[in-house]
Design a protein around this ligand. Structure first.
Ligand code: ATP
Ligand code: MG
Length: 315
């Protein structure tokens, strides 16, 4: 474990917490230099391994740094969110994002600029907007949590889930048979109901997309105080699978295989550990409660962001 350099007076009001994978990219150096020349005293800290983003974000937030920019993919954003959430509400720095991942699903959902300089400018200058944060079994997610089929697939793996949603039903059915795929059994509790169904997959969206552009929660808004809940029931034949894919296109509130709801919380009690994926990072839980923490974080994104509700306090 390395000691962190504590924030100093010269660190200014903003930190860029940069995934070490991207630390030496020339266009990132250039973007940071340009933004400093424009008068933003931006300090940079680089992560070495998993967990560094959490610790650095907590330390910077505790030290009163006003904006913390997560420079990386969804996993880095997730770590920074995790660090900020360790502070009490009101003490948390504003989150900005410099998208440098392979998928950048949250950044893309927010319609953030992908050009590093423009992204830094937005992160430093955009008006902060209160957004919700999801919690699941003691961890946090700001974009999307999924469970069941495909949850252990990260963006660096070719995704059978992509084929499912892309309509490659025949090959997927073959794959599932070859893998001796078993549904996930358990009990799902949600406000006003319970589901005892064999699960194929489950998605909980604060943001709208995961897995490199899969719209699992297309109606999601990050500031509406609700989680989008997509429940997909297990299927056993090609005919059923085709029906399921049909339903995934339309996301019925209560289809034969697909249910699409908006809920403040959901609980799961499984017979076995359910593979999960929180903002692109895999984990397992046998039982969990997931809930939305309304307005828990302040986010710097363009006021026109597609994930904002654009209701009364248009900014
Ligand atoms: N210096 C480093 N070198 C390699 N990996 C690192 C380093 N620092 C942190 N990590 C790891 O990188 C992971 C996060 O990667 P990140 O999500 O930012 O990129 P990505 O997976 O390419 O992007 P996306 O999730 O958008 O596809 C963390 O789980 C962390 O363990
Ligand atoms: Mg990642």
């Amino acid at each position: 474990m390395s000691e962190t350099l504590q924030p100093t007076a010269t660190d200014g009001d903003a930190w860029l917490i940069l995934n070490g994978k991207s630390a030496q990219l020339p266009d990132i150096r250039e973007a940071v230099e340009r933004i400093r020349e424009e008068g933003h005293p931006l300090a940079v800290r680089v992560t070495w391994e998993a967990g560094d983003g959490v610790r650095l974000a907590r330390e910077a937030s505790e030290a009163g740094i006003k904006r913390i920019i997560a420079g990386g993919g969804d996993g880095t954003v997730n770590e920074v969110v995790g660090g900020l959430m360790q502070l009490t509400q009101g003490m948390r720095s504003t989150l900005g994002i410099l998208p440098l991942g392979s998928a950048n699903d949250f950044a893309r959902g927010l319609e953030l600029p992908l050009d590093p300089f423009e992204a830094l400018r937005v992160a430093l200058e955009a008006r902060p907007h209160d957004v919700d944060v999801g919690s699941l079994g003691g961890d946090y997610f700001i974009n999307l949590a999924s469970g069941g089929f495909g949850a252990q697939i990260t963006n660096s793996t070719p995704a059978p889930l992509k084929r499912l949603l892309g309509g490659g039903a025949y090959s997927l059915m073959g794959m599932l048979k070859a893998w001796n795929y078993q549904p996930y059994r358990g009990r799902l509790r949600l406000p006003g109901g319970e589901r005892n169904i064999p699960l194929f997959l489950l998605a909980l969206g604060n943001g709208s997309q995961a897995g490199g552009g899969q719209q699992l929660a297309p109606l999601a808004k990050v500031d509406d105080g609700l989680l989008e809940l997509l429940i997909v029931r297990h299927f056993t034949s090609l005919r059923e699978m085709k029906q399921l894919i049909d339903e995934l296109e339309n996301l019925p509130q209560s289809g034969e295989f697909v249910e699409y709801l908006q809920v403040p919380w959901v609980e799961f009690e499984g017979e076995d550990a359910l593979p999960l994926n929180l903002d692109g990072e895999p984990c397992f839980h046998e039982r969990f409660r997931a809930e939305l923490l309304p307005g828990a974080l302040s986010l710097a994104a363009p006021s026109s962001s597609a994930l904002y509700s654009h209701q009364s306090d248009e900014g």
